[in-house]
Design a binder for this molecule. Sequence first.
Ligand SMILES: [Zn+2]
Length: 690
Amino acid sequence: MSIPISAFGWDLFGSTRKVSSHYADPYPGVVTRKFIKLPVGAVRPEGWLKSTLEAWAGGITGHLHEYRSDTFWNTWDNRRSRSEQGRLHSWWPFEQQGYWADGVVQLAYILDDERLKSIADELINKILAGQNADGYMGCVPDNPYSNDGDVYVQSQLTLSLMSYYSATKDPRIIRAMQRGLKHIYENCKPLPVKEGQLARGWVGTGWPYSCHIIDAALWLYSKTGDRQMMNFADLIYRAMQEIPSDFEIRNLLLDGDTLYDNHGVDVGETIRIPAMYYLYSGNSDDLNASIKGLDSVDRYHGQVHGGPASDEHIRETGAVNCTEFCTHTVFNYTRLVLFSITGDVKYADAVERTLFNVGQGAAKPDGKAIQYYTAPNQVVCTRTSCNAADLGPRNRRQLFRPDGDPEVQCCIGESTRLYPNYVRDMWFASPDYGLAAAGYGPCTVSAKAGRKGKIVTIEEKTKYPFEEKIHFVIKSSESIKFPLYLRIPGWCKDASIKLNGKLYTDSVRPGRMVTIDRLWACGDEVELNLPMKIRFVRGDKASVAVERGPLVYALKIKHNWKKVGERFPGFPDWQVSAGSDWNYALCLKLGYEWNKNFPSIARSPEPDWYFTIKYPKVPESSFPWEYPPIELVCKGKKVDGWELIDGDVTPDVPQSLIINDNPEEDITLVPYGCAPIRITYFPVAELKRK
Ligand SMILES: [Zn+2]
């Protein structure tokens, strides 16, 4: 049965637009994206960002297939024996390998690393060679779609193929994906289904998982104009609204103001789909569903570190409430899609917040281990320290391990694409032949700009987010006229821009993209100054967190790493615990609206008044996540009785206001990403003197 397009009330195929960009797809849809993706490899990291990516290349991303070859390398070779195992275990490895495949492909071509490129090439060849003669590319070659996760597996696998195509333009990719999706469309439609039943192969652990194959269907349509792919996308989108599931897209479309209790990763992935479909439907209800859904996650579940509280399922906020690593990657991916479609700076701000804080803070700086679960306040991470809600007490998922969780390797796979997704989308093309800076950090972008499509290289020199200034140098073989878009973060009230040493503007509004449209000469320089003011963020139990620019700050606590096993040579399991006192309240002046259960903070002085900024001497060419180059010093006082539960579980933040006679002491805060052991949500005490 085919679904008539007229059911949606618009003519899909008659009206794709011409877009003025050298990077626009041939079939971009009826709505023009505000910003268009550049190919993988157009942005090259420099400075601390390059060091961080190189750590991952020498760490998890570059070696996961060796020390966990069972999941990440032999997966496709062993498809037949795997399909005889239990329901979940028969498709999980394919899902997880799909994540890593995307991570290693992107990292290889972003770093232009020959070793990684040969791994990526071999992996892609292996995947393409494993495709059945009839086009099927799922995980049960002898009995297609007999497995619940079969379509979901392919949705993740195809993301890695799309990245590979972006980097190499290998024509085999489009052909293989077309054959693969055509096979699903013709043999495993999600509709029609009998009442109370779902189509086999589409169920997963809640049907929306599988619907992410719409990414691939829309992508294929955008490249080829193949109407069957758009019919498939229509069918999936319609099924998402008709089939009951544990995360119903129809609720998102009807009422985006929602308290979620679903698997956070699933929410993060699914919530972008209406916005992606909007590019082809032109129906603003679709776009608004994604916008409202993401807003709801942030409003009701957002933690200061940038992610929702989500230890598997999304839950209420709280200082010791954990977030699963996968969540960091999928929400950032979704935000980058939303930024590309809407141009709304708040999504790019949120991407930086997540990466620099909760994402980096859940990874060992050497790129060799991650936490499956991480929390804003964690002062001990051992085999028995984690109290995440879904698994019950004392699970091991707060350890730093090279496979996240040995049984469930989703997070380790997803971890490998967190940084590559960021670097890839630091720069976009604009639909007026321009270039746009979305995420900041040291890098170089080379891309076509101006009507004639000449290559422009822009060097971005900065230590951002550890400093406020970003210096751009334009390089090109001739002068080129094009608009340069610069993101002014929502947190920056006093941004200013200099052009070739002279003030260009100092009246730019926060949360906007600023455009400089001119004839650029080789050697032109732009200096963007983003003054970072300190802000207080209120948390659970009237606690306070501290932000400055895109960075959240946490108490500097001496942290003791200890190996607790080395299942894979060179990649140990680590616990980490506090080697100094951590039970500090932040001493602040109180406001007049007195309420001892929710003490107000004085409006004056400004938050900056409380802090002295220090730039400690760090070892030459050291790594910022290991040796923080910036610290904040302020007053704190110890909170009696705020101690570990049973000696090894981080206690919740105590209710403010804290009243005691303990002395006020200088305490030091460091960037969250530098603090594997940390207090982020502080209780509040009244500042008596500074
Ligand atoms: Zn995970």
